[in-house]
Design a binder for this molecule. Structure first.
Ligand code: BG6
Length: 488
């Protein structure tokens, strides 16, 4: 593939995602010589845009250019082209097709085919139009591939998601569709596979006999400023739980796949999802943030203070829930997912708490082992364990077996999620992308509770901006979740 000509088309080229993620990550890949040798990038958008000026002036600060990068950045910019048009204008898609063709003339000025990637960095409501027009007008020719890249939200519930899947499958094979869940591109999420399936000691302990509970914890110390319009329609469950955090859960819980191929791995993830019942309302705590204390050094507004949020919005910005996997390995083990915006800090981590040591011979209270996989920030894997404090007395104390990436892998570059995922799209690896049956199962688990919350207008509990948590959530985590908080 590295030697094959490749056209990378970005729909929504003047938008936020293109600016923040797609253009910068393409540049970084190019700088590291990871893009195919002959790549052309074509932006497509509704705005009239002089793409070279846009890249050189408007969004250049996103590229984090280093001292000697100007020359290579200029070369990158020269690879860029732009078409201004509406997403329902058939003629423009024909123009896109001929533009791509002309970009790849061989040395005799003959048209040469190229792989084609179409990245839909646009609101989901235009996915159907764009995907149909791409399929009808812009497919790669001959044996070259066509890849379609989509970002969540993939629908809002089972019905809308199935409709979208049915539409896409009319025009594209599953192998051509790359549904991005950027959490799957994160270094630590990828490392879970190695941790689980390349270490005999943990393989043996990875089940209901040894594990008491699993907590997947996501916190952000900022609110929904700037994107409250989108957020109010979706809420925290659809925003991060049904996708990012559920994906992590499946990787933690799945059985060993028959190989490390994309389909073998996704087959196992789907089996986990199929073993889960829809979530019950009594296993859920919902919250919405309000302004922080009067007189705090930085005053933070309530969620509903945002102009794009109705005053009586019941959208949750926080949710904790317990999920169960009804299979031989996990029967009865609570999997807790907790996610919130506008909390005290930003972190994503998985905490696996092991069972109490049976027949403890020590007088001290012997705390449970806990394995913590910190996805971000400060990537690390840490095992909390009991040790004898050195000295004449026999005193147990808790200590850490600690693999902190910044120390262990000092100087090694941790690729960014989008860098890795864009590479995967180009080279055709679907391991880190969501398959349609995974998506369908994920919605099966979440749709009933989402509909119930909306139909019954269930009120989220108020919490102050910057809170550590919500007491009702902590209570659910310790009682039904069998999870013991430790002070750190
Ligand atoms: C996005 C959500 O998918 O993920 C955001 O829409 C959330 O609300 C973000 O902030 C979190 O991603 P990351 O990589 O910053 O942890």
């Amino acid at each position: 593939v590295y030697k094959q000509p490749t056209a990378f088309v970005i729909f929504g080229a003047s938008g936020d995602l293109a600016k923040k993620e797609i253009y910068p990550n393409l540049f970084w890949l190019f700088k590291d010589s990871l893009l195919p040798q002959n790549t052309a990038i074509v932006g497509f958008g509704r705005k009239n845009l002089e793409i070279k000026d846009y890249l050189k002036q408007k969004i250049v600060d996103r590229m984090k250019l280093e001292k000697d990068d100007q020359e290579i950045y200029d070369i990158f910019v020269d690879k860029n082209h732009y078409i201004c048009g509406n997403y329902n204008d058939e003629q423009k898609f024909k123009e896109l097709d001929s533009t791509i063709q002309k970009l790849f003339l061989d040395s005799n000025q003959n048209l040469q085919s190229a792989n084609r990637i179409f990245y839909l960095a646009v609101p989901p409501k235009v996915y159907p139009d764009i995907s149909k027009r791409i399929a009808e007008n812009c497919r790669a020719k001959e044996s070259f591939y066509t890849h379609l890249v989509l970002e969540k939200p993939f629908g809002k519930d089972t019905n809308s998601s199935n409709n979208l899947s049915a539409h896409l499958s009319k025009f594209f094979q599953e192998e051509e569709i790359f549904r991005i869940d950027h959490y799957l591109g994160k270094e630590m999420v990828q490392s879970i596979l190695a941790f689980r399936f390349a270490n005999q000691i943990f393989r043996r302990a990875w089940n209901r006999d040894s594990i008491e509970s699993v907590l997947i914890n996501f916190k952000e110390n900022f609110g929904t400023e700037g994107r409250a319009g989108y957020f109010d329609e979706y809420g925290i469950i659809r925003d991060v739980i049904q996708n990012h955090l559920l994906q992590i859960l499946t990787i933690i819980a799945m059985d060993q796949p028959i190989s490390n191929s994309a389909d073998a791995i996704r087959d196992e993830k789907v089996k986990v999802l199929k073993s889960m019942d829809p979530i019950k309302i009594e296993d859920v705590v919902l919250g919405q943030y309000v302004a922080n204390e009067m007189g705090a050094s930085v005053q933070k507004n309530a969620y509903t203070d945002d102009k794009s949020v109705p005053d009586d919005s019941l959208t949750s910005t926080f949710a904790t829930m317990i999920l169960y996997i009804n299979n031989e390995r996990w029967d009865g083990v609570p999997f807790i997912i907790s996610a919130g915006k506008a909390l005290d800090r930003t972190t994503s981590e998985v905490r696996i708490q092991f069972k109490q040591v049976p027949g403890n011979i020590f007088k001290n209270v012997c705390k449970r082992n806990e394995l913590i996989i910190r996805i971000q920030p400060d990537e690390s894997i840490c095992l909390k364990m009991q040790n004898k404090r050195p000295g004449m007395d026999f005193i147990l104390e808790e200590t850490d077996l600690d693999l902190t990436y910044a120390e262990k892998y000092e100087g090694l570059y941790l690729p960014k999620a989008y860098e890795r995922l864009l590479m995967d799209v180009i080279y055709g690896s679907q391991i880190s992308f969501v398959r349609s049956d995974e998506l369908e199962e994920a919605w099966r688990i979440f749709t009933p509770i989402l509909h119930q919350i909306e139909a019954e207008r269930i009120k989220p509990i108020c919490y102050k901006f910057g809170s550590q948590s919500i007491p009702e959530s902590d209570n659910l985590i310790t009682t039904k979740g069998n999870y013991t908080f430790r002070r750190e």
